[in-house]
Design a protein around this ligand. Structure first.
Ligand code: G6P
Length: 367
């Protein structure tokens, strides 16, 4: 079927707005209230085998790599086993050490990205177990992995990914919940995460309802040829993806940094002409994050804070985008939504070709 814009000016805008409905669809049948866990039959791995994995490694390219990083932090939070993410393009070329007790997760919208596909084959050649977090059903990565979680986001037309990334975040949350429940996550905490996941589509909708205010902030950001995006731990992957989205579709330069690393170099660039988008969740690191904003304010750097209700900024942030606060482990997923809208409205203000940004392809299937 020919896909229609259905009243939106671009597919990117349509896809951003589809998220509450597409997330409901993805979650349906995958939350298990009785045992406070996730039902992921497509993985094809039983509880005993799952328990044998002592480490998780996500691999993917571009935004799928950044969401892998976000996913790794959810797995560490909920399952308390070491997890990290790596660009598949690096992994495949560096003679990676593949361990039998590591669960590898290949993250891909298209399921056809050459670097990710070759990384999957390298893992299998070395006897590792790799599952896919893939959107396109029947794609090469989906077929070649040992099992997987389909994202069920529906077709994504715009070159820059939005809704599928959110689905990847939820896919990792489900995997983290399942891994947590076969390790040490309690029934009560499992039930808390199940309820948190159920609340996500509504929280995403709440963010979309703030679009007009975010558009105003975006118009200001669009005027800056360069900006920083900062976050700490859970928020760092969010910052990386936010910077990536802005670069891809507005062509303005944006660089993501760990909030903690700002003082070790990039602070030299802070000035009234260099805005910083700061991810400041209301979690155990909020005071540390506000500390970084003090350093920026002392150099007259403008700050756009993406934050939760109740965080006190005083004069530290001229602009604030307030995101609904749910379970801390899941919050990074919702924190990415305003960054999609920021990038979209910045690109729109600059008159860019939003669905087809220059030099980029939806999936890179060649070497
Ligand atoms: C291309 C796209 C990116 C995407 C990356 C990975 O570079 O332009 O937006 O994140 O490929 O694609 P995948 O289909 O594997 O998620």
């Amino acid at each position: 079927d020919e896909l229609q814009l259905e009243g939106h000016d671009t597919f990117l805008h349509k896809e951003i707005h589809e998220q509450p409905t597409s997330l409901e669809r993805m979650l349906s049948g995958r939350l298990d209230d009785r045992f406070a866990t996730a039902r992921l039959d497509g993985l094809g791995i039983d509880a005993r085998e799952l328990r044998g994995f002592r480490r998780v490694k996500a691999i993917g390219c571009g935004s799928s790599f950044y969401i892998g990083q976000l996913g790794a932090s959810m797995i560490e939070d909920l399952a308390r086993i070491p997890a990290d993410a790596e660009a598949a393009s690096e992994f495949r070329y560096r003679n990676p050490i593949v361990e039998p007790d590591t669960l590898y997760v290949a993250v891909s919208q298209s399921g056809e990205t050459a670097d990710t596909l070759f990384a999957v084959r390298e893992i299998q050649r070395k006897g590792g177990c790799v599952v896919g977090l893939v959107n396109v059903v029947g794609s090469s990565i989906a077929r070649e992995c040992d099992g997987g979680i389909y994202l069920h986001a529906g077709p994504e037309v715009s070159v820059a990914s939005t809704k599928v990334l959110t689905h990847m975040g939820v896919g990792f949350a489900l995997l983290a919940l399942l891994l947590g429940r076969v390790h040490d996550l309690s029934y009560a905490d499992g039930a808390r995460i199940v309820a948190g996941l159920r609340a996500l589509p509504g929280q995403v909708q709440q963010m979309l309802d703030s679009e007009d205010e975010i558009a105003v902030v975006a118009k200001g950001l669009a005027q800056s040829p360069s900006s920083f995006f900062i976050g700490r731990v859970r928020g760092y992957a969010v910052a990386r993806e936010g910077a990536q989205k802005l670069k891809e579709i507005s062509y303005q330069h944006a660089e993501a940094y760990q909030a903690s690393e700002l003082k070790h170099g990039p602070l030299a660039l802070i000035s009234p002409q260099m805005p910083t988008v700061a991810i400041v969740p209301d979690d155990e690191l909020v005071e540390r994050n506000l500390g970084a904003l003090h350093e920026i304010a002392a150099r007259s750097g403008p700050v756009i804070a993406v934050t939760h209700p109740g965080v006190e900024f005083g004069d530290l942030a001229a602009e604030r985008i307030v995101v609904p606060h749910g379970e801390v482990e899941l919050d990074p997923i919702v924190l990415t939504i305003p960054l999609q809208l920021l990038a979209y409205h910045a690109a729109a203000a600059l008159g860019r070709d939003i669905d087809r940004p220059r030099n980029l392809a939806k999936s890179v299937t060649v070497e």
